[in-house]
Ligand binder design. Structure first.
Ligand SMILES: Cc1ncc(COP(=O)(O)O)c(C=O)c1O
Length: 397
């Protein structure tokens, strides 16, 4: 049977591929791999959230809910977003989803016709490109460069916008670079977008994970005139260590709400009911663990940046947000005629450290490695030590 062109255009996510390879290595060779490839907190979900879920199960919240989500959670999200983003959000515009990834797909399915162009960050989260292609759209990569601190160059963006551009994907704090778009970046970006036919998908899943005194989260939805053309996505996976719960939400401009809701309705029906009840506690309850996790991420960020900087041929600036370090390894790659993927494989098989070649995030990511610091400080120390030994031995500069 022929596989559809759309299904063929969908690529597997690098982090999951490397995780499978690393697990096979552990199983077959008994090697203890240090996992710096996958983007998920190593902490447990805060206990209050788990208790709320158990309570919801005990109370019999085990049936379907409306596709858009239970009213109590939609209300909680609206309150939370209003407080955190500083503009008013109405519960009617809040769509609950089984994870942020589904909202990326639902957005692409809602706005893209065959051949419509969608601009997405490169390097960037790999499902953007897959979702655009699955929806029949034409993916247009927006290069993010190290010399711009991986922030969006507005002239470059404006040159990519054409009358066929229907969707522009933004992501801040950014995966894989940790870059943060500042309010004035967003004002300039909004100026350019306002003259186009495009809707913005603003992926703010790392909004809580921002470090340093001066760094602050800003959303394009708060720029005057942008809220009614922005699908703002955030979720519980990263902030509350809830990756396996599959819970996220979007604030959707009212005129697009019903079509997006229908996509949720026709795919997953709704988000698991007891998970939604737990989500209310995540957003509005007391979760002291969240601040502790963030503090630990901040320390690990500094530790990993310092240790990576001691490895010959590695260079990286301390990122502002998320939990990734994007390391420039171009000198090693060019001297040894290697790809970033080949270097990442070498580190997996020779050092027992799993990380991702930058090309897993798009062509502009070639020349870099991504390390997740969602792992303990002792593991980060050991990983960087193992890597340093292998690099000094196998790839002297
Ligand atoms: C930038 C970005 N967006 C969205 C997601 C999806 O998160 P989830 O589907 O777990 O809500 C991720 C997960 O790694 C991510 O890095």
């Amino acid at each position: 049977m022929k596989i559809s062109v759309r299904a063929q255009s969908c690529t597997a996510e690098g982090a999951f591929e490397v995780l499978a390879k690393a697990k096979a290595l552990e199983r077959e060779k008994g090697i203890k791999v240090i996992h710096l490839e996958i983007g998920e907190p190593d902490f447990d979900t805060p206990s209050g959230i788990i208790d709320s879920c158990k309570e919801a199960l005990d109370q019999g919240h085990t049936h379907y809910t409306p596709a858009a989500g239970i009213p109590e959670l939609r209300e909680a999200v609206a309150q939370y977003l209003t407080r955190h983003r500083g503009v008013d959000f109405d519960p009617q515009d809040i769509l609950i989803s089984t994870g942020g990834k589904l909202l990326i797909f639902a957005t692409c399915m809602t706005f893209l016709e065959e051949g419509d162009e969608a601009i997405y960050p490169d390097p960037g989260y790999p499902p953007y490109r897959s979702a655009i292609r699955l929806a029949g759209g034409h993916p247009v990569p927006l290069p993010l460069l190290e010399e711009d601190d991986y922030r969006i160059d507005v002239d470059r963006l404006s040159k990519l916008i054409t009358p066929k551009t229907r969707l522009i994907i933004l992501n801040s704090p950014q995966n894989p670079t940790g870059a943060l778009l500042k309010k004035d970046d967003l004002e300039k970006i909004a100026e350019v977008i306002k003259d186009s036919n495009a809707i913005v998908f603003s992926d703010e899943i790392y909004s809580h994970l921002i470090y340093g005194n001066n760094a602050k989260h800003a959303s394009i939805a708060t720029i005057p005139g942008m809220k009614n053309r922005t699908v703002l996505m955030d979720g519980m996976s990263k902030t509350y260590a809830m990756t396996g719960w599959r819970l996220a939400y979007a604030a959707v401009p009212r005129e697009y709400f019903t079509p997006m809701q229908k996509i949720i309705n026709n795919t997953v029906s709704c988000t698991p009911t007891f998970v939604q009840y737990a989500g209310i506690h995540a957003l509005l309850g007391d979760n002291p663990e969240v601040a502790i996790m963030k503090e630990k991420f901040a320390k690990r960020r500094t530790l990993m940046t310092r240790l990576a900087g001691d490895i010959p041929g590695f260079s990286a600036k301390e990122p502002d947000g998320a939990f990734y370090l994007f390391v420039n390894v171009k000198d090693i790659l060019s001297k040894y005629q290697l790809s970033s993927k080949a270097l990442a494989d070498h580190l997996l098989y020779q050092a027992g450290v799993a990380c991702l070649g930058g090309s897993a995030f798009g062509d502009t990511g070639e020349g870099y490695l991504r390390f997740s610091y969602a792992n303990s400080s002792p593991n980060i120390e050991e990983a960087m030590d193992r890597i340093k030994k292998i690099i000094v031995k196998d790839f002297p500069l």
